[in-house]
Design a protein around this ligand. Sequence first.
Ligand code: UDP
Length: 241
Amino acid sequence: MASTATEPLRTRVLGVPVSVCPDVFAAALALRQRSGGQIVTLNAEMTMAAKADPALGAAIAAASLVIPDGAGVVWALGRQGYRVRRSPGIELARDLLTHAASHGWRVALVGASPEVMEQLTARLRQELPGLKLVLHAHGYQPAEAWPGLEQQLLAARPDLVLAALGVPRQETWIQQLPGRSGGLWMGVGGSFDVWAGVKKRAPAWMGALQIEWLYRLIQEPSRWRRMLSLPKFAWEVLRQG
Ligand code: UDP
């Protein structure tokens, strides 16, 4: 089956499903039209995490759209003969927010620190004045606050939910939400921190050289242990031939 803009083809990288599609934004809008569902942005680190963590693996397998966000996944797909562009999740999420603002979508934002959430909502009110924000909540709520928050979220019938809770929590949280239906639900990692101006994205030249991971490591040296999975990913892809 050929991949089209709205009906992505599904393949696997190291056993983890990923969608191959020429235009992830068009695919996301088509998904919203059809039934809504979960969007996952897959990179090499997450692929390795999914192999080791059944809950994350199950969440990715159950997602409606898994986009290749990361040079490693794009490279692995290329070795299978699929020519795809890298689709950074932060860019898809921003395009969806802009679309939401101009189409009256009901939007919910969950995650990041209380300070980041405050700065983010203030910025979004300025940058996207039409945005209909039906719920926003930071990601450091006490455990007993979550069930109520989830009920509120579901009752708000959002068209778009962006969750910045980190991998794997954001993916498993979305997947396990009882009664979730309709709307697009997407984990966005550190995007809120970037949009709030607290963290920076790697400069474009580093993206072009496919060394965004290095920029991330310099900004957050504590990530080094997680990043050991990158050479393991490359080795396993090469071993598969
Ligand atoms: N975060 C959160 N609650 C938590 C842990 C993390 O809201 O209990 C937020 C954190 O503040 C940050 C995002 O989740 O905004 C995770 O960003 P990171 O860059 O670590 O994402 P990942 O690389 O895990 O996708």
